[in-house]
Design a protein around this ligand. Structure first.
Ligand code: PSU
Ligand code: MN
Length: 335
């Protein structure tokens, strides 16, 4: 009898171990190279508002130390509005949703970081590299972590002459296939805004201007001369639009375009002129592909003696505030 009991005990113990092992394998497979910060996973599980943030803006969009201070300020704004920030990036081959301040610091100081879009994720993860995620890669990670609202400065688009070069940002196709709402100040006029909006329409992306009019903003200026499909007047209208996108199960994202606040739009004209000069330099210096946007941003900043960077920071602060209010309104709807 006692040997039967020992056998039974041994068997159940073995069973427990195999069960645990199986669970471990399953969970490590599904979380393979994907890490969500506990503050983020807890907030998501409790249906609390979370705001995803990208990191190419940190690694390629702004010079150090402005990149780091802006990233920290943006997280502070999100918290002050009652939401949880989740800055997303790739650290040593792990897609991290909710970077620690140490990880953020390392990315911001990194000398030759990768710019990771959808196509670069397998390479960065496979090789164990670190880099900033663009809007496309950030959307993928945000969606996987269950975060429907994502704030950034500006998204990529169809480059000027893109109809010939086919230089069209993967951000646009991502918006067509991943159900995340991206809050941005529209599209920089270094791009072809008209064709960008056409492409978004083809991809089935609902574009809404935040405010009283449908004027689509051009990042540094509140009006690009083009129109969005619709406008949302406040955070709760924006949340309603996101909720209806999600409930329809379309699997496409949406773009909420927040015009730069008037007080920061003053330098807009000077910046527009600098953009023209910088674009000419792109051609004469033979800059191509993924280097175009960072090159133009840096050139414009030099030409405007830092005014474009200042406006850039101000508008990201504003987007963070608006995006957090939208995330809060959305989480309220589901409570
Ligand atoms: N536009 C900006 N600042 C940026 C970017 C775009 O005003 O930092 C970054 C974003 O991460 C965006 C990416 O997703 O550039 C687009 O790059 P590309 O055009 O190579 O797709
Ligand atoms: Mn490109």
């Amino acid at each position: 009898w006692s040997s039967t009991l020992t056998l039974f005990r041994a068997f159940s113990c073995f069973n427990k171990i195999t069960w645990r092992l199986a669970m471990l394998i399953i969970s490590s497979l599904s979380d393979f190279h994907f890490k969500v910060h506990p503050s983020v996973s807890q907030a998501v599980a409790q249906n609390k508002p979370v705001v995803a943030l990208e990191s190419t803006i940190i690694t390629h969009g702004m010079p150090y130390p402005h990149n780091l201070s802006t990233a920290n300020e943006v997280e502070a704004i999100v918290r002050a509005e009652g939401a949880t920030p989740a800055t997303i990036g790739v650290v040593e081959g792990e897609i991290c949703v909710g970077l620690t301040s140490y990880e953020l610091d390392r990315l911001a100081r990194s000398k030759s970081p990768l710019k990771v879009s959808r196509r670069d994720l397998p390479y960065a993860v496979g090789k164990g590299l670190s880099g900033g995620t663009t809007v496309s890669a950030t959307m993928i990670a945000a969606h996987r972590a269950g975060i429907p609202v994502f704030v950034t400065g500006g998204i990529g688009g169809v480059h000027r002459d893109g109809q010939n070069s086919l230089d069209v940002s993967a951000d646009l196709t991502e918006l067509g296939r991943t159900p995340v709402a991206v809050v941005s100040a529209g599209v920089k006029s270094i791009l072809d805004i008209g064709r960008t909006l056409e492409f978004l329409e083809t991809q089935g992306v609902c574009v809404a201007t935040y405010g009283e009019s449908k004027d689509f903003p051009a990042f540094f200026t509140p009006n690009s001369g083009f129109s969005s499909a619709c406008n949302v007047r406040n955070a709760s209208e924006a949340a309603e639009l996101i909720a209806s996108t999600l409930s329809l199960g379309l699997q496409s994202g949406l773009l909420i375009a927040v015009p730069i606040p008037e007080e920061h739009a003053a330098a807009g004209q000077q910046i527009q002129e600098a953009i023209q000069t910088a674009l000419t330099a792109v051609g004469s210096e033979g800059v191509t592909g993924r280097d175009v946007t960072p090159f133009v941003l840096q050139k414009v900043n030099e030409l405007t003696q830092g005014k474009s960077l200042q406006a850039n920071i101000a508008l990201i602060h504003n987007n963070a505030k608006v995006g957090s209010q939208i995330a809060c309104a959305l989480s309220k709807r589901s409570q």
